[in-house]
Design a protein. Structure first.
Length: 160
């Protein structure tokens, strides 16, 4: 199967970026795993891996510092639009995110952006509900102690 074309679409700030330098490492009907370096240089974040869970509405990423140490796991709540004729995925960030630190601490961030996006009509009420539903599903997995199941596909690729 050829590599798909991936775009990252943000609502705040509004942008749609071709992820031309991401390397697709695994692709099946349920997920796409990529390896990447940051698009814009940062002091803390250097590179990582992402697993796009195509049916669950989230993307789980493992973020590394430049020295190769784990920064944290970053989970985006997203929606996917697939254009089969060009095998293009547009991954829209639905604003709410979850950070899982190496010590297990869990932090939910950017919930306020959902309200801003709704107020500014960047999202519909339906999209807001989808984002919150998917956020809840992800948090249930994490709080049940099953986050390892979402980490495993990335860990398996790294171990190869």
């Amino acid at each position: 199967m050829a590599d798909p074309i991936l775009y990252r679409k943000r609502l705040i700030p509004e942008e749609c970026i071709l992820l031309k330098d991401d390397h697709v490492l695994v692709r099946d009907d349920d997920k796409i795993i990529t390896g990447w370096h940051t698009l814009k240089p940062r002091k803390d974040l250097h590179h990582g891996y992402s697993c796009y869970y195509l049916h669950e509405g989230f993307k789980v990423s493992k973020f590394y510092r430049e020295d190769g140490s784990l920064l944290y796991w970053y989970c985006d709540i997203v929606s996917y639009e697939h254009q089969p004729e060009t095998d293009t995925y547009i991954v829209t960030d639905l604003l709410a995110d979850v950070i899982v630190y190496p010590d297990g601490f869990v932090k939910v961030v950017d919930i306020d952006e959902l309200v801003t996006a709704l107020n500014e009509k960047l999202i519909t009420e339906s999209t807001l509900k989808t984002s919150l539903f998917n956020l809840n599903a992800l948090l249930e997995i994490i709080y049940a102690g099953d986050f390892i199941k979402l980490q495993e596909p990335i860990e398996n690729v790294i171990a190869e």
